[in-house]
Design a protein around this ligand. Structure first.
Ligand code: PLP
Length: 359
């Protein structure tokens, strides 16, 4: 038997990193609704499955390195130049490439917390230092405090909107004030993984802000609204000079041929997919109203999940949900994030929530 006696030193920063915790999966053969990873509950459209099957016959070849057709399709859809679009292996990977493209060792990255758990990992791997700014009690980002946290060492600020896992989106007016306060040589990353689910009329038009502010970068993904989480494709929208740097920092051939064709087919089927997004938004309203009627104080959600600030009871509550047949995502000591999925899943979840309602 081999024992691990390797003397290869590991990077010290890695020892301090929390591992990314994936949402719970159902045991093989067990019936459970998976509301733990903010996935789209709908299976891919037949036209997308057909594109995936077509792509399969070419996988002995490397994919188009720059995902040219997809990049052009996205650029056309967003009315930006194709030079501004950089596709990657999911927007989490693209975020890593953005950070490696701009951060020198020891630079600071300001981020909200609690927010997306991939952020601290990505920042540390980019040899940068994280500066966490607490989100407010109502789950909203504290943009004035984030602006105030910017120093001479700050290279990037991450703005997660809607914020995962708490749910609210930033407002246009506060984001404009924030952008006015942040120096122009600090990159502001607007992570809009859930933008298609936003219905708050006060939410920003990020493309307009991108047009006005050269230091703004958008991150978007096909994983959530477009239902392609399993194929790993997301993108950044950045000014061409920065976009070129992000491409340089990217994993070569990061977006597979299958993912490229599926994403192109999804752009073509956008109207059909947005009908599903609308159904998820309606189900979100049912979940929020159900919880509030039970007495829960739930932050506004503009995404495909809701947040219960359960504190120390988070893990126990998640266990109760699992026993009832719905898998949710606990953040120990903090809260539970519940993705919006099937109607039946909402019903089961609301029953468990009723039994634990704060009254
Ligand atoms: C899900 C999510 C992403 C997207 O991840 P992919 O790598 O594109 O699957 C990015 N940012 C946030 C905040 C998310 O919740």
């Amino acid at each position: 038997m081999l024992t691990d006696v390797s003397r290869v030193p590991l990077r010290r920063a890695l020892a301090d990193l929390p591992a990314y915790v994936p949402g719970a999966r159902a045991a093989v053969g067990a019936a459970a609704y998976k509301l733990s990873s903010n996935e789209n509950p709908y299976p891919p459209l037949p036209s997308v499955v057909a594109a995936i099957a077509d792509a399969a016959v070419d996988v002995n070849r490397y994919p188009d390195m720059y995902a040219t057709e997809l990049t052009e399709g996205i650029a056309h859809r967003l009315a930006v130049v194709p030079e501004s679009v950089v596709a990657g292996t999911g927007s989490v990977a693209v975020l890593g490439h953005v950070l490696t493209a701009v951060c020198e060792a020891g630079d600071q990255v300001v981020l909200p917390w609690r927010s997306f758990e991939a952020y601290p990992i990505a920042v540390t791997l980019a040899h940068a230092e994280q500066v966490r700014v607490p989100v407010l009690a109502d789950g909203r980002l504290d943009l004035p405090a984030m602006a105030a946290a910017v120093t001479d060492r700050t290279r990037v600020v991450l703005v997660c909107t809607p914020n995962n896992p708490t749910g609210p989106a930033v407002r246009d007016a506060e984001l404009r004030d924030f952008l006015a306060a942040v120096p122009r040589d600090v990159l502001v990353v607007l992570d809009e993984a859930y933008v298609e689910f936003v219905r708050d009329p006060q939410a920003p038009d990020a493309l307009a802000l991108f047009a006005e502010h050269p230091n703004v970068v958008l991150l978007r993904t096909f994983s959530k609204a477009y239902g392609l989480a399993g194929l790993r494709v997301g993108y950044a929208v950045a000014r061409p000079r920065l976009a070129a740097a992000i491409r340089t920092a990217s994993t070569p051939f990061g977006v597979s041929h299958v993912a490229q064709l599926a994403a192109i087919a999804s752009l073509r089927a956008e109207q059909e997919l947005l009908v599903r997004v609308e159904a998820v938004v309606a189900e979100r309203t049912r979940m929020l109203e159900g919880l509030r009627a039970q007495g829960w104080a739930v932050p506004d959600s503009q995404a495909n999940f809701v947040w219960l600030a359960l504190g120390d009871r988070a893990v126990t509550f998640a266990e109760r949900c699992a026993r009832a047949g719905v898998l949710v995502r606990p953040f120990a000591g903090d809260g539970v994030r519940v993705s919006v999925g099937e109607r039946e899943a909402t019903d089961i979840f609301l029953e468990v929530a009723q039994a634990h309602a704060p009254r």
